[in-house]
Design a protein around this ligand. Structure first.
Ligand SMILES: [Zn+2]
Length: 689
C-alpha cells in the first residue's frame, strides 16, 4: 500500500523513505514535528509475542523500546495498530534523524581514515553499550540490537550519529517473511550464531557485527569475499576472515587485533562486554576485564583433618596458604578458625552442595547440619529448586554460610548428577537441567554478592563430566555460557580426570580450562586433581589446582554415592621425580624403601635423617607433601611464559619416565603409562602455543 499523502492518527505521511527488511518507512509530520514511521504487518511478529490477552508481549517489548533515551539512539515515540483490508499492521513512530546512513557515506566517499573511523565508532559503541545495559524483559539481559549494519546508522553533518531499528528484530518471525523473498538480517553482518541459532543470541552477537562495521569503515570491504549467499554463510561459519591490513596496510596492528577478536567464530572468544572493547580501543592494549586478576600459579590445599600438620608447617612457612574448606568439615574443624584468625589462610569454602544431591548425604557427618541441607530426607534436585524464590533463598543460605565461615572468596552453589553426557538447552535431560539450574544459581549468587558483600570476589562453581568435553558442541556450550557471567573466577570440578585418563579426554579437559581462563582473563582453579597433573595444569597457564594434603584426590561421582570415606591402611607419599604420589603401607613401608634405594631418599626438612617408618608417618609425609608441592609451584612461578613452562613440564615427564625404567623391580610398565599419555598431550599443547 502506498499511503503518501494520507493522514493517519494525526500523522501526515508526506514521503516514502525506504522499504528495507520487513517493513516500509515513511517520513511524516504531526503538530509541526517530523517523524519516521515504520510500518509492518502484525503477522510478521512471532506468534509467542502476539498472543492475545495477558500474553501479548508486543506492547511490553515496544514500551521497553520507548523508554530508551540516549543521544545516539533513535527515540521510539509512539505506536498504534491499524487494520486495513482486514490486515492488521503495526505503526512504530520514531524521531526523524537528519543525515545519511553510514552505508551511503561509505558508498559515496569510500573508507574512513583511522582516527575518523574511531571517532564515529566510539559513538556507535556508546549507543550500543547503553542498549546492552538496559534492564530489559529477559532478566536484565539488555537489548540486543541484532541488526546493527551500516544502513542502520545515520550520521549527520556534525558527525553525530543515530542508531536505528534496535530491538525490533527480536519480535519478528523471519521465517514468515522469508516466504515473501526477504532474507533475514543483512547477511554480511550476521554472526555465525545468528545464522545457526538466531533465537539464542547474546550481546556478543552484536560485538561480531560491530567488528564487521569497523572493518568496513576502515577498508570499504567485508571480511569475506563472496559471490553468493551459501558461500558467504559457509565463510562466516567456517573460514577465518581476511585480515583488514591485507586491504589497507596502514591499519595499526592493535586495531587489526581488536577487529579479528570481534570476528571470532565463538562468542567466548570475543570481548564479553562493549565496555571491554571500548577500553581496548582507548588504551593501548586489549583488556578483557575491568580489574586485573592474579593468575599466577597457585596450589589450594583441601582441608580435612590437618590441624597438627598446618601448625607444624606454619612454624617455618610464613606466607599465606590457599585453602579450600569443605563446608561440612567445619564441625570437626573448629581449630581451623583459630588458625584462621591469624590471617594465614586465603580461604574458599566449598559449599558441599554436590553431596546434597545424593541420597547418601544423610549418612555423612556434617552435611545434615548445613543450614541449607534439605530437611525430611529430601535431596537437592532441579525439582526441589524449581521455584525462583526457593533458588534465591538457597543461594542466600549457601553464601551467607560462606561469609560466616570467613571465606575470602565466595563460591556459587553447584551440583552434579549424571551418568550421561551433557546436552544442555537442546533437549531436556537431567544433566541439562542441572547445567541450566547451576547457571541460574550463579546469576543469583552474583546478585547476592553485589548486594550483600560487594567487596568479596565470587567464583562460579562448575561441575561436569570429563568425557562430555570430547564433544565439541558441549565444550563450546560450556565456554560460551560460563564466559558471560560477571564472576571473578572459576572453580572447575571434572568427573573422571585421573592419572590414567585417556589422551583425548585429558586434552579436551585441559583445553577447556585454558580457553576459559585465556578468553576471560579470570583465574581458573582445577579442583581435585593429583599432584603431577596439577603441576602440568599450572604449566599450561591455568591459575591453580587443588588437592588434599597428599590424599588420593581424583574426583569421581562414585565418591559421593558412597556413604562414607573408605578407610585405608595406606599413606600417599609424593615423589616429585615420579610426578605422582604412591600408596605406601603405613606399617610396612617397604615400597618407599625400595624406591628410595634407586632414586635416593628425600632430603627435605621433614624427611632428612628419618627412617622410612618415620617418614611415612603423619604428620611427616604430609608436611613433606606441602613443602614439595609449594616448592614445585615456586619453580613454575619463576617461568614467566607458557612455552617455557610447558617445556619444563615435558622435561619433568621425561625425567620421570627414566626413573620408572630404573624402578622395574617396584613397578610394572603399566604403572608408567600415564606419563606417555601426558607426554603426548603436553607436547600437543606446546606445539600450538
Ligand atoms: Zn621430603
Amino acid at each position: 500500500m502506498n499511503i503518501t499523502g494520507t493522514t493517519i492518527n494525526g500523522y501526515v505521511f508526506n514521503e516514502f523513505i525506504d522499504s528495507g527488511g520487513f517493513g516500509a518507512v515513511y517520513k511524516a509530520e504531526k503538530d509541526g514535528k517530523t517523524y519516521a514511521i515504520k510500518i509492518f504487518r502484525e503477522e510478521y511478529i512471532l506468534k509467542e509475542f502476539r498472543q492475545r490477552g495477558d500474553k501479548n508481549r508486543i506492547q511490553r517489548e515496544i514500551s521497553i523500546l520507548k523508554a530508551v533515551n540516549h543521544p545516539y539512539l533513535i527515540k521510539y515515540i509512539d505506536d498504534f495498530t491499524l487494520i486495513s483490508q482486514s490486515i492488521p499492521s503495526i505503526f512504530l513512530v520514531m524521531e526523524f534523524a537528519e543525515g545519511r546512513t553510514l552505508r551511503k557515506i561509505l558508498d559515496t566517499q569510500g573508507p574512513f581514515e583511522e582516527q575518523q573511523a574511531l571517532n564515529i565508532f566510539s559513538k556507535i559503541l556508546d549507543g550500543t553499550q547503553y542498549l546492552h545495559n538496559i534492564r530489559g524483559d529477559d532478566e536484565g539481559k539488555g537489548i540486543i540490537h541484532r541488526d546493527l549494519h551500516t544502513k542502520n546508522i545515520i550520521i549527520d553533518v556534525a558527525g553525530d550519529i543515530k542508531i536505528i531499528d534496535y530491538g525490533i528484530s527480536k519480535i519478528i518471525d523471519y521465517s514468515s517473511i522469508t516466504k515473501t523473498g526477504y532474507i533475514l538480517g543483512f547477511p554480511p553482518y550476521m554472526s555465525p550464531e545468528q545464522i545457526t541459532d538466531s533465537k539464542n543470541l547474546d550481546k556478543r552477537s552484536d560485538l561480531y557485527t560491530l567488528g564487521v562495521v569497523l572493518y568496513e569503515m576502515l577498508t570499504g570491504k567485508f571480511p569475506y569475499e563472496f559471490s553468493n549467499f551459501p558461500e558467504l554463510v559457509d565463510k562466516i561459519k567456517n573460514q577465518p576472515p581476511t585480515p583488514p591490513r591485507i586491504h589497507r596496510s596502514s591499519i595499526s596492528n592493535r586495531l587489526e587485533n581488536i577487529i579479528l577478536k570481534l570476528l571470532e567464530k565463538e562468542p567466548y572468544q570475543r570481548f564479553t562486554k562493549i565496555e571491554m572493547l571500548a577500553n581496548s580501543i582507548k588504551q593501548d592494549e586489549i583488556r578483557l576485564t575491568e580489574k586485573e586478576y592474579d593468575i599466577s600459579p597457585k596450589f589450594y590445599s583441601i582441608l580435612w583433618n590437618e590441624k597438627g600438620i598446618l601448625e607444624e608447617y606454619l612454624k617455618s612457612n610464613k606466607s599465606p596458604l590457599n585453602v579450600i574448606l569443605p563446608a561440612h568439615h567445619q564441625f570437626q574443624q573448629k581449630w581451623m578458625f583459630q588458625l584462621d584468625r591469624m590471617g594465614i589462610f586465603h580461604k574458599m569454602v566449598d559449599p558441599s552442595t554436590i553431596r546434597l544431591a545424593y541420597g547418601t548425604y544423610t549418612n555423612t557427618k556434617g552435611l545434615t547440619k548445613l543450614p541449607y541441607a534439605p530437611t525430611n530426607f529430601q535431596v537437592i534436585t532441579p525439582e526441589y529448586l524449581h521455584d525462583y524464590k526457593k533458588q534465591k533463598q538457597y543461594v542466600g543460605a549457601v553464601l551467607s554460610e560462606q561469609l560466616n565461615l570467613g571465606a575470602d572468596v565466595l563460591l556459587s552453589p553447584f551440583h552434579y548428577t549424571h551418568n550421561t553426557t551433557i546436552l544442555p538447552l537442546s533437549q531436556r535431560n537431567p544433566v541439562a537441567e542441572w547445567f541450566d539450574l547451576d547457571m541460574k544459581l550463579l546469576k543469583e549468587s552474583i546478585d547476592y554478592r553485589n548486594e550483600k558483600a560487594p567487596d568479596k570476589e565470587i567464583y562460579a562453581g562448575i561441575c561436569l563430566n570429563g568425557e562430555s568435553l570430547n564433544d565439541p558442541l558441549n565444550k563450546r556450550i560450556v565456554l560460551n555460557h560460563f564466559s558471560t557471567f560477571e564472576c571473578d573466577g572459576y572453580l572447575f570440578f571434572v568427573d573422571g580426570i585421573e592419572r590414567n585418563t585417556s589422551q583425548i579426554t585429558l586434552f579436551n579437559y585441559l583445553d577447556t580450562l585454558i580457553q576459559l581462563q585465556e578468553n576471560t582473563s579470570k583465574p581458573v582453579i582445577a579442583v581435585r586433581v593429583n599432584i603431577g597433573l596439577g603441576l602440568g595444569i599450572l604449566c599450561t597457564g591455568v591459575s591453580a589446582f587443588s588437592m588434599g594434603t597428599s590424599r588420593f584426590e581424583s574426583f569421581t561421582e562414585n565418591l559421593y554415592k558412597e556413604p562414607s570415606e573408605p578407610y585405608n591402611l595406606y599413606e600417599r607419599y609424593y615423589f616429585p621425580s615420579l610426578l605422582t604420589t604412591i600408596a605406601v603401607e603405613r606399617k610396612n613401608p617397604t615400597k618407599l624403601a625400595a624406591i628410595n634405594d634407586v632414586i635416593g631418599a628425600c632430603q627435605c626438612n621433614y624427611c632428612k635423617g628419618k627412617s622410612v617408618i618415620e617418614v611415612i608417618k603423619n604428620p611427616n609425609s604430609k608436611l613433606h607433601f606441602l613443602h614439595m608441592v609449594n616448592k614445585d609451584v615456586q619453580i613454575i612461578k619463576t617461568l614467566t611464559d607458557v612455552k617455557s613452562r610447558l617445556n619444563y613440564f615435558i622435561e619433568r615427564i621425561s625425567i620421570a619416565k627414566k626413573m620408572y625404567e630404573k624402578l622395574t623391580g617396584v613397578f610394572t610398565s603399566q604403572d608408567a603409562i600415564y606419563l606417555n599419555n601426558w607426554e603426548k598431550v603436553f607436547n600437543e599443547l606446546l606445539r600450538r602455543t
